[in-house]
Design a protein around this ligand. Sequence first.
Ligand code: NAD
Length: 392
Amino acid sequence: MPANRGLRIGLVGTGFMGRTHSNAYHQVRHFFPRERGVELVAVCSRNEENARNFAAQWGFASHGTDWNKLLERDDIDLIDIASPNDTHAEIAIAAARAGKMVACEKPLGRTLDEARRMAEAVEHAGVANMVWYNYRRVPALTLAKQMIDEGRLGRIFHSRFKFLQDWTMSAELPQGGAGTWRLDAGVSGGGVTGDLLAHCIDAALWLVGPVAEVSGTAETFIRERVHALSGTRQPVTAEDASLFLARFANGSLATFEATRFARGHKALFTLEVNGERGSIAWDLHDLHRLQFFDHDGEGALRGWRSIHVTDGDHPYMKAWWVPGLQIGYEHTFVHQVADFLAGLRTGGKLVPDFRDGLAADAVVEAVLRSAKSRRWETVEENSGQARLEGVG
Ligand SMILES: NC(=O)c1ccc[n+]([C@@H]2O[C@H](COP(=O)([O-])OP(=O)(O)OC[C@H]3O[C@@H](n4cnc5c(N)ncnc54)[C@H](O)[C@@H]3O)[C@@H](O)[C@H]2O)c1
């Protein structure tokens, strides 16, 4: 694969994430010209007409309905999995065996076992891999990570994470099928823990460090729904809400909450980290701002400051407009592609990779185990994160 040619992409899935990834592939060559860019070789979706329209709209050279065909092509370097969770393990493992690089949407697997097999498959094949935990690439959160790594917060004692939505409150909403596969645990693997809370968990592992043990509780408020494919009423086994307490390996404590039943909230992801020397807070609805309390400042003048993360010396911002002009949600995917291409160019670490995805899935699994046992549960697999980024 010549380094001057764009990375050749075979995309699976033409829904929400198929669009964010395709948009990122287009933008990266304009805003990160140092990287080699991408070629949109093929896109695959379950429905032929969708795949054809998507290919025309987003500039993919070919389209189809069978992802296996993408693996047979020698003009594709990377398989990008943007399809529902029940497809992740099968496609990723087959792609790795075919020698393709793999980018996979989160959660990595439906179960910890699937995630383990996926991580082992890419490592055994020696192929580059990543998981789309895109919130790491919000410039304000990247800045927060830098500040924590520089020790500006000092020893961390507390953190708190929330992801709130309200879109599944109606009992008339079906489970399963195209728009509501998330409510069918056979497809999704579970409810909000592996869906919304997984973003919080990844952010926590990245910012604070490995989680040692958790105590969780979960609830399915609407226990039966019509299945969109069969038309029959069936029990719902995906949880609507999930809350847990965590103890980290570094001795700090955290609270987590995710629900699709918080009326009025569409996608409210918030986090706060409190250390000995300072605190940071962030809110997805105001994603270009980082709140920072610096206890090292002059006593009488101490207070929370709101950093508008739009200046040329802020992470990623030099690539965009002029200081003071903000960017948004879609840019996090552009940054993830740019960082992946930069990692391929320099041989640097590509994060988050499947080990990181596995680490997040291990916390998800421990939370659901704890919700059942009603006890504190140990996280089985946190060595990946410890190995990659160090504790705390
Ligand atoms: N990173 C994030 O913030 C984020 C946000 C939303 C979703 N996701 C994840 O992205 C994935 C996709 O979610 P979405 O919201 O885009 O779903 P979606 O329902 O909008 O789109 C799913 C797409 O996958 C296609 N598909 C399903 N089965 C397929 C198969 N066997 N072969 C080929 N195509 C198939 C469908 O035709 C559809 O185009 C999920 O794993 C989800 O958890 C991540």
